[in-house]
Design a protein around this ligand. Structure first.
Ligand code: DQA
Length: 131
């Protein structure tokens, strides 16, 4: 098992398993598997290990967040639509005491009004979006 200090938990929320087919004009043509490979390669170059997961279930994401302090040094999360709806996810992230980076493939600030607020942003140390 990797040292928790060397491991980054990368969480992907609902519908991100369909990347590649899903609205490619918004989310691009890369599949989640291809993104996972790119993350693993980049992490390896930094001497880090990636624990890369996806779930369509809010509860499963919360379980993974709660477990993160035992296994990871930080979390990178694209919570998908739960970013805009889930106080439960926010509560889980708030409690873990790890650095959090929020990611969105699209630039949520150039999209519909309901995507322009993210609960995750309240606890994220940084945000990357629009790439
Ligand atoms: C997303 C943006 C969300 O608004 C949307 O619900 C997603 C993907 C993004 O990566 O751009 O599922 O998080």
């Amino acid at each position: 098992m990797p040292d928790p200090g060397d491991q980054i938990l990368i969480l992907n929320g609902p519908n991100l398993n369909t990347l590649g087919n899903r609205e490619p004009e918004i989310y691009g043509h890369q599949t989640l598997a291809e993104i996972e490979t790119a993350c693993r390669d980049t992490a390896a170059g930094l001497g880090l290990v990636v624990d890369f997961r996806q779930s369509n279930s809010e509860g499963e994401l919360i379980d993974w967040i709660q477990g993160a302090p035992a296994t990871a040094a930080g979390i990178i999360i694209n919570a998908g639509a739960y970013s805009h709806t889930s106080v439960a996810l926010l509560d889980a992230l708030r409690g873990i005491g790890l650095p959090i980076i929020e990611v969105h493939l699209s630039n949520i600030f150039q999209r519909e009004a309901y995507r322009q607020h993210s609960f995750v942003s309240e606890v994220a140390n940084g945000l990357v979006c629009g790439f």
